[in-house]
Structure formats: structure tokens, C-alpha cells
Design a protein around this ligand. Structure first.
Ligand SMILES: Cc1ncc(COP(=O)(O)O)c(C=O)c1O
Length: 446
């Protein structure tokens, strides 16, 4: 990892002994990359292994080094904001264990996610139940397991919470402008500022404790100034609450951050805007604790999906007279059928913003003919289309394709529709980081 030097310079990122015991390879299926072995080497080995077993199943390689780097970046750029990782984005145990070891909190959306987090040793005080609409039995589960912090945005939810978890510590989710984000959330969730007083009044009537305000600007927020306005809106909600006698102490600035390495500038820009807005609206001496619920930010670039071609059709009867993307006339069009698709880990390909940009295992010459290509997933469903039109060199059954940046909302949305098994996830960590973390453990014990 080119950033390993950077990683080492962050002394605060230590871990504790019991955490690392649970996290060691015997307890968790993690491969240690030693002797300079890289992720591409690991992928080559796995492909060879599968070949020997006559198998061509898709698989993920999850880089814990990348996850670690993301965390280093987060605490460096947003030192006042404690991340509560959004489990829904990718609930792979190794990911949760690594983040727990690094000291993040967790945003859980249901009893199932709370159960998973607790089973991996996360303590209840490190969990926010951040779904504003919760089934009563899930609220009860949170109550009996000591998970107290939870969000709400309606009077009916308050009523439900008062019946099932009267000691909950509530965070009011407000609706903010999400129009600059690639996926909007506020049609479904969040209370308008004009309803804040009424909701707080109702909480008071029910003797419920409200401790803070949250918002979510929508997934993949393209305009960092959205955070500035959202934080100002949250300040207004705090002021209303203060006037009504509440003492709020938590601001939760939600998710919505990009996760690819090439989006680093965007993240840096967002953090600057967030830091300045916090300084203005919630300065450190306000005593307000600031948390966030990043999902995609942490995991998107950490997962690489490796998939293979299991079927191919060459079409010659409706040739594209326009030629390929480099202007050459071509006399055939290709269709490939992959071993992973929309119902597996490529649900994102239904999103109009998705770009199918695979790397091929074999070297491709610039001079090679590109063909107009449609790429399908493995199921019998015609919706299972990964890419309608792209231009690729000719590929063959058995060829492997590699997709980077596949960690967000991929494995957590995958199904076994049509009987195709879910992709295996191989989590790997560079030996150097592994030892660094163990060293941190030792120094913590001293
Ligand atoms: C309540 C809540 N928090 C956090 C997240 C994570 O968002 P992101 O992956 O955009 O950071 C989501 C995702 O939709 C969410 O609904």
C-alpha cells in the first residue's frame, strides 16, 4: 500500500487487546498478505485455485488496509465528527470488526443489524438505531439490549417508542435539502423544520428524552454547500428545542459522502465545509457532540469484485453500421453472460449513474478491435442486465473481469435468485498493517 507511511503516523488510531484477540485470523476469516504479496497477486491465486476445482464462482476481495486508510482520512479531515458506520451499506463481519477495532460507532437500521453488531462485540453505547420508522418488536429488542439512542421524525413513532422503550434517548431527524444528491431520501424520511416544535411538544407530553438532531443529505451528495445549509437548519432545530427547555447535546450529520479514491477532492471539500459550518453553528464550547453515519465512504473502494464470463453470443445479423467507439467498422456485436448480476452484487447497475468499467485479466492492446457489447447477469430474468451498451475487445467464456469500487450496497443487496450462490468474500490485510495494529494493542496495554 502506497499510503502505509501515512497510516503509521496516526498514533491515535490504536486498538484494544480484547478487540484484537477477536479480530485475529483464528476468529475471523482474514488473509494476511505477506512477503510483498498484493491484492492482484491474491486474485490471481484465487482464480488459479478455482480453476483447479473446476469452479468459476464470483468472489470479492475486501481490503482492510483500504478501510483503515479511510478511517485515518476521516479522523484527520473531520476531527470533531465521530463516525457511526452505516451497517446497511455492507455488513461483512470483517468490516465491522475492523471498524470496531478502530473505535467507530455503528448506525443500525433494524433488530437484525443490532443483533449482528452486538454479536461482534460492539457495545450498545456505540450504536445508534438510525431508522425513523421501527417495528415495535425491534424497539423492544433495542430496549432489552441497552441500545438507547434512536431517531424519530413523527408523532406516531414517538407514541410507539414510549410504549416500547420509555428510556430511549431520541434524536429528531429533520428533512434537509437533498436535491443535489444522486439518491434522495427526504421524500421518505425527516421532519420539516416547521413541525419541530410540535414533535418536541409531543415528546414532552410522553416524558421522552430528546438528546439531539440528525439529518441525511441523500446518498452521494454532489454539492458540499448542502452540508452548510443542513447544519444551519439543525442549528435552528436546536434553538427551537432550547427555547422549549430541552438540553440537546448530539448533532448527527448523517451519510452521503463519496467513497472512491478518485472522489477524494470531493470528500476534502465536504469536510472543509462541514468543519466551517460546525465552527459557526456548533463551536466546540457549545458542548455538542457531533456524529455522522457514513456508509459508502468507508467501504466503496475497499471491495473488488472478480467475476467471469459463463456464456457468449456473437450477433451478426444486426450489425452496428456506425462502427465501434473508435470509429472502426465492425461486423459483429457481442453479448456476454456473467456469473454475477443485478440480483447478485451488481444491483447498482440499475442506477442510471452506474458505469461498467471492468478490468480484464489479460492485457489488451490499444489496437484491438472493440465491439459493441451488452453484458448480462446470470439469471433468467431479462432485467438482469449489467450494461446495455459498452465497447469491449472480444472476450471468451472463462475470461475473468475485475470491478473495483464494489463495496457499497452490493453484497448487502445480493440475493440467491435463480439459485446462484452469493459471492464469497475474502478479506485481506497487509502484514505490515496487521503488525502495526498488534503493536498498537501492545502499547495500549502498557
Ligand atoms: C439513515 C441512514 N444513515 C446512513 C446512511 C448511509 O448513507 P451513505 O452510504 O450515503 O453514507 C443511509 C443510507 O441510505 C441511511 O439511510
Amino acid at each position: 500500500m502506497s499510503n502505509m507511511e501515512n497510516q503509521k503516523s496516526h498514533a491515535p488510531l490504536t486498538t484494544n487487546a480484547s478487540t484484537m484477540k477477536d479480530f485475529s485470523p483464528e476468529f475471523c476469516d482474514i488473509g494476511i498478505l505477506d512477503n510483498g504479496k498484493t491484492i492482484p497477486d491474491f486474485i490471481d491465486d484465487k482464480i488459479n485455485e478455482l480453476g483447479l476445482k473446476d469452479s468459476e464462482e464470483p468472489f470479492f476481495v475486501a481490503s482492510l488496509d483500504s478501510l483503515y486508510m479511510k478511517h485515518v482520512r476521516w479522523v484527520t479531515k473531520l476531527p470533531r465528527v465521530t463516525p457511526f458506520y452505516a451497517v446497511k451499506c455492507n455488513s461483512t463481519p470483517a468490516v465491522l470488526k475492523m471498524l470496531r477495532a478502530l473505535g467507530t460507532g455503528f448506525d443500525c437500521a433494524s433488530k437484525g443489524e443490532i443483533k449482528l453488531a452486538l454479536s461482534l462485540g460492539v457495545t450498545p453505547d456505540k450504536i445508534i438505531y438510525a431508522h425513523t420508522i421501527k417495528p415495535p418488536s425491534h424497539i423492544k429488542y433495542a430496549c432489552t439490549h441497552g441500545v438507547n439512542m434512536m431517531t424519530f421524525d413523527s408523532e406516531d413513532e414517538l407514541q410507539k417508542i414510549s410504549l416500547n422503550h420509555a428510556k430511549a434517548k431520541l434524536v429528531l431527524r429533520i428533512a434537509v435539502d437533498d436535491s443535489k444528491s444522486l439518491t434522495r431520501l427526504n421524500f421518505k424520511f425527516g421532519a420539516g423544520l416547521e413541525t419541530v416544535a410540535k414533535l418536541l411538544e409531543r415528546a414532552k407530553e410522553l416524558s421522552l428524552e430528546v438528546i439531539g438532531v440528525s439529518f441525511h443529505v441523500g446518498n452521494r451528495c454532489c454539492d458540499s454547500l448542502t452540508f452548510k445549509q443542513a447544519i444551519a437548519d439543525a442549528r435552528q432545530a436546536f434553538d427551537i428545542a432550547n427555547m422549549m427547555g430541552f438540553k440537546l447535546s448530539v448533532l448527527d450529520i448523517g451519510g452521503g459522502y463519496f467513497g472512491r479514491e478518485e472522489s477524494l477532492d470531493k470528500f476534502n471539500e465536504c469536510s472543509e465545509v462541514i468543519n466551517a459550518a460546525l465552527e459557526e453553528c456548533f463551536p466546540p464550547d457549545s458542548g455538542v457532540e457531533v456524529i455522522a453515519e457514513p456508509g459508502r465512504y468507508y467501504v466503496e473502494s475497499s471491495f473488488t469484485l472478480v467475476m467471469s464470463i459463463t456464456g457468449k453470443k456473437v450477433i451478426t445479423d444486426d450489425v452496428d453500421e456506425q462502427g465501434d467507439d473508435v470509429g472502426k467498422k465492425c461486423n459483429k456485436r457481442m453479448m456476454y453472460y456473467m456469473n454475477d448480476g443485478v440480483y447478485g452484487n451488481l444491483n447498482a447497475s440499475l442506477d442510471p449513474n452506474f458505469k461498467f468499467e471492468p478490468h480484464l485479466k489479460r492485457a489488451v492492446k490499444d489496437s484491438e478491435q472493440r465491439y459493441k457489447t451488452t453484458v448480462w447477469g446470470p439469471t433468467c430474468d431479462s432485467m438482469d442486465k449489467i450494461c446495455d451498451t459498452c465497447y469491449l475487445p472480444e472476450l471468451h467464456i472463462g475470461d475473468w473481469l475485475i470491478l473495483n469500487n464494489m463495496g457499497a450496497y452490493s453484497t448487502s443487496l445480493s440475493t440467491d435468485f435463480n439459485g446462484f450462490e452469493k459471492a464469497h468474500i475474502y478479506s485481506v490485510v497487509a502484514a505490515e498493517l496487521w503488525h502495526t495494529l498488534n503493536l498498537s494493542q501492545t502499547s495500549n496495554n502498557n
